[in-house]
Design a protein around this ligand. Structure first.
Ligand code: BTN
Length: 260
């Protein structure tokens, strides 16, 4: 079995509606349609075995090995008046990293603004979208997480990491379920976020999980010279702080991407 939803729903105290699909274009798009067309309004999640048009950040495609990669999207109503929530990206990343670490995956770290990495290799990506309906905002948080090694990196001609270093003998069902229950437990907290800034606790948690904190990184931006400096963590609005010589600058989400 791919996943036992009844079992997961029982273990999750929050009243999420759990759904599983064998195949869909994109779980984010599926939840958007459900919300807009079928008036789905309650906190929900959808897990899929195979995506035919998975979406990544910055308009990129998300390609994965269907069995090895856990793909899920959450639909979460947001508190009113929480607009322009750039801080939500690092917040969601912190909650995902916390969930995985609590399950014992202590080597999972973060790369700004919201990549999950293990030993410097990307193991998971998060795509956050927001829709507004009837004066209420809904967040759609899509997560793709490579659980076990696969041949996908060869196809993409780049290093792709995974949470586990080999396929467990008992298969991935239990691992998928544990991760989903823990993620649901952490992400439900988003529904009560009412401020547009990160608090000090989340900022320190980010620093603890930041793969590159205190290290030299390069920031890339289309049509501009790369900027190199020291990763100094994040600000309350989720922007990245970079120290170059005596100068400290911050960069907004979408403005730059991080390279080692
Ligand atoms: C990234 O580019 O790093 C973000 C990737 C997000 C992929 C996930 S898979 C589940 C959900 N559905 C999508 O179409 N994308 C996200």
């Amino acid at each position: 079995m791919y996943i036992n939803l009844q079992e997961c729903a029982k273990r999750n105290s929050y009243s999420l509606s759990w759904n599983f699909l064998e195949e869909v274009d994109s779980t984010n798009e599926f939840l958007k349609r459900k919300t807009k067309v079928d008036c789905l309004r309650k906190p929900s999640l959808v897990v899929v075995r195979k995506q035919t048009a998975g979406k990544g950040t910055r308009g990129r495609v998300w390609i994965d090995d269907p069995e090895a990669c856990l793909k899920v999207s959450f639909l979460l109503p947001l508190k009113k008046n929480l607009f322009g929530p750039t801080h939500l990206s690092p917040l969601v990343a912190v909650l995902c990293c916390r969930a995985l670490r609590q399950l014992g995956y202590k080597n999972v770290s973060l790369k700004w603004p919201n990549d999950l990495v293990v030993n410097g290799e990307k193991v998971g990506g998060i795509l956050i979208e927001k829709i507004s309906l009837e004066e209420k905002d809904y967040l759609i948080i899509g997560i793709g997480l490579n659980l076990s090694p696969s041949k996908i990196g060869e196809k993409l001609q780049k290093e792709v990491g995974s949470l586990l270093d080999k396929m467990p003998e008992e298969g991935l069902q239990r691992i998928r379920e544990d991760i989903l229950v823990e993620l649901a437990g952490q992400l439900e907290k988003i529904t009560s976020v009412a401020v547009v800034l990160l608090d000090e606790c989340i900022i320190s948690e980010w620093t603890a999980y930041d793969e590159y904190f205190g290290k030299r990184i390069t920031l890339l931006s289309a049509g501009k010279e790369p900027i190199t400096g020291e990763d100094m963590g994040i600000k309350k609005d989720g922007s990245l702080i970079l120290r170059s010589g005596n100068e400290t600058k911050s960069f907004c989400i979408g403005e730059v991407s991080v390279k080692l």
